[in-house]
Design a protein around this ligand. Structure first.
Ligand SMILES: N[C@@H](CCC(=O)N[C@@H](CS)C(=O)NCC(=O)O)C(=O)O
Length: 213
């Protein structure tokens, strides 16, 4: 298995966590987003979506972090990242999708670059955009976590789920961009615990071979 990854990509970070949790050995292939390696013909030939991560397994390339993680869940069911009952599975997916579909896409590199040019927003306006969507998304997740966390250490119940796998990379990015996290004590507490787990710390950007700058 090969994971096309970039150390700072939060979507790739999700997949790295899932691979670690499931103990799946793989080769990490760095795709440096800064010079645009994800837009080069050789990468687009593998992954026409032109984003990281992508997972190659047995000659097939799968794009989209949540599709990759659900694939891993099916071929390596232990430990499970989704709970047992349909209603609980739906709730965990709902928390994960709040990050992956509602927060992350608005703050992705290509979106921020488009705000800078051609739209011409200055750096402080782009930072305000970023922080606004983090605050908006985290406000909802903090409320959700009040109801769904069983122990203040996990987004749902008392076990690691897909919701945690999505939250931690988003929190990492929010910290890196100096977002105000004071209003989110439950989310901070959950991430404080998860960051101590080897599967999570080993997937963190600074722990990657391609980490730089
Ligand atoms: N929905 C996709 C998002 C993938 C994505 O946006 N990846 C970012 C890095 S986190 C990327 O490749 N950005 C390159 C760009 O914006 O040009 C997923 O979950 O895999």
């Amino acid at each position: 298995m090969k994971l096309y990854t970039y150390f700072r990509s939060s979507a790739a970070y999700r997949v790295r966590i899932a691979l670690n949790l499931k103990g799946v050995t793989h080769e990490a292939v760095p795709i440096d987003l800064r010079p645009g390696a994800h837009r080069q013909p050789d990468y687009l030939a593998r992954n026409p979506q032109g984003l990281v991560p992508a997972l190659e397994d047995g000659g097939t390339v799968i794009a989209q972090s949540l599709a990759i993680i659900e694939y891993l869940e099916e071929i390596h069911p232990r430990p499970p990242l989704l709970p047992r009952t349909p209603v609980d599975r739906a709730r965990v997916r709902s928390l994960a999708l709040a990050v992956a579909c509602d927060i992350h896409p608005l703050n992705n590199l290509r979106v921020l670059n488009y705000l800078r040019a051609p739209l011409g927003l200055d750096p402080s306006a782009v930072d305000a955009w970023y922080r606004h969507w983090i605050a908006e998304g985290f406000r909802a997740l903090e409320e959700e976590a009040k109801r769904s966390s069983g122990d203040g250490r996990h987004m749902f119940g008392g076990e690691v789920t897909l919701a945690d796998v999505c939250l931690v990379p988003q929190m990492f990015n929010a910290r890196r961009l100096h977002c105000d996290l004071e209003p989110f004590p439950i989310l901070r507490g959950i991430c404080g615990h998860l960051d101590t787990l080897p599967a999570f710390s080993g997937a963190a950007p600074d722990a990657q071979a391609d980490a730089s700058g």
